[in-house]
Every structure is written in C-alpha cells, then in structure tokens.
Design a protein around this ligand. Structure first.
Ligand code: URA
Length: 238
C-alpha cells in the first residue's frame, strides 16, 4: 500500500499545493473522521475517506468512461483543437487524467480516461489483446468478401499488415468491426482498402465493457471496479 503526503493528495483535488497546505493547517481536512493539521502527514490514498470541508474527495486512481462527441481530439492539450479532457472538471484535469487510447476527432462513442498509466498501457497495447468494437457506416455496399478479407488480415495501402479482425454486416452500408490493435486510423484505413470509405464511426465496446448509452454525447462517469475488469474480457455479447 503506497503512502502519499496529505497536502499532495488534497492538491490533486484541484487546489495548489500551498492552498492545500493552508487548508490542512486551518483544520479543514479530516482523514477517517479525524482532523489532521500537519500537511506532511503520510496517508494511504486507497483507503479513501478523506474530506475537505466535510466533502469527500477522490483519493485513489480515477477510471472514466466518456461518450466522446465528434469535434474533440483525444488529447489533454492542444493549441488549436478542443480536447476531450475539456469535458472533465478542472479537478480531474489537474490530476493528470488522460485518454487511454485514441479516437479520431470525428469518431464518437466509448472513450476511456484515467490517471493510471499501467492501466492505460494494458488497454492500448496489442499484447493484451483487448478487443475494440466499432459500428462503421461506409460508402458503398459491404459483402462477405469484405468479412473474409478482415478475417485473413487486411493489408493497408502502405503495405502494413493488420491482425485478423471481425467484420459483421448489419445493413448494406453498416458493419460491426472488431479489432485487437490500434494502428493510426485503423478501421478507416481497413475499410478504405476495400474501397468502402468510412462515413461515420462509433466505438461501442472495449473488451466486454459497453458504452453506457444513457450518457449523452460529451457526458462521462466513473467506472465501477467490476466494469474495469470487463475491459480485459473479450466476450462483447450483452
Ligand atoms: N479506427 C479509426 O480509423 N478511427 C478511430 O477513431 C478508431 C479506430
């Protein structure tokens, strides 16, 4: 169990380090119900139950699902573009919450964000084999030869070979696409290589974790521990 200085922990909730230290000295912070007035006190973030002015603050690592809207890039800052983290409160941005994987600016749907670097690596790295499920609308009409080409492993325009993937036709120009890697513009480039450019792309699931469809575009919520586990199971059947 790791120990963290109390002022650092309080600062992560959205204060500067000196504001946090002043709040602690002023007796506004309690740990497990007991007021602590020394900013350097070491506490265990995982135990939670830390309050500032009586309100509990988030102390452990943060895991978020967002229904990403089109028009935002999967980054934490950019000089010109709007970033998905702008949809989060300042307190979470200050903690260093960042996207675990990327969706293109025009792609919508399930985006995971966290301040847990190891977790993000597990989600992203092809070594961990996490299945990402998309619904793609394309120009043109899909057929079984497309599904077979996906099974065999698509070779992209630049010669890059993709791992075997699944394409399930839902309607003449709509398919579910499941991939286990995250090359740049992967789904779009796979479908473009079949002469069927993507018109709209939405991520539905990561592993066995589905987007909570009650979240409107741009809304987010924290994941439960059970939901976090689902990410590393690949059965996406609901
Ligand atoms: N593949 C793409 O082409 N774009 C995305 O945003 C995600 C997967």
């Amino acid at each position: 169990m790791s120990l963290t200085r109390l002022d650092k922990l309080i600062a992560a909730s959205g204060l500067t380090r000196s504001e946090a230290a002043a709040a602690i000295r002023a007796g506004r912070v309690a740990v497990g119900g007991a007021v602590i007035t020394a900013p350097e006190t070491k506490v265990e973030p995982e135990r939670g139950n830390v309050t500032l002015d009586g309100a509990e603050i988030l102390t452990g690592l943060v895991y978020i699902m967002m229904n990403k809207p089109a028009g935002y890039i999967s980054a934490t800052e950019d000089a010109r573009e709007r970033c998905v983290t702008e949809l989060l409160p300042q307190a979470l941005r200050r903690r260093g919450v960042a996207p675990a994987g990327r969706l293109d600016k025009d792609t919508e749907g399930l985006l995971l964000l966290t301040d847990d670097g190891q977790f993000a690596h597990r989600v992203i790295s092809p070594r961990h084999n996490v299945r990402k499920l998309y619904r793609a609308e394309v120009e043109g009409v899909l057929d079984e030869s497309d599904a077979e080409a996906f099974r065999q492993g698509i070779v992209l325009g630049d010669g890059t070979r993709c791992l075997s993937a699944e394409l399930t036709i839902e309607a003449p120009s709509t398919a579910l696409v499941a991939v286990r890697e995250g090359k740049y513009h992967q789904v779009k480039r796979m479908l473009a290589s079949r002469g069927k450019p993507v018109r709209a792309l939405r991520r539905l699931a990561v592993g066995a974790l589905w987007l909570d469809e009650t979240l409107a575009a741009g809304e987010w919520r924290c994941l439960t521990e059970a939901e976090r586990e689902l990410i590393f199971h690949n059965d996406t059947s609901k």
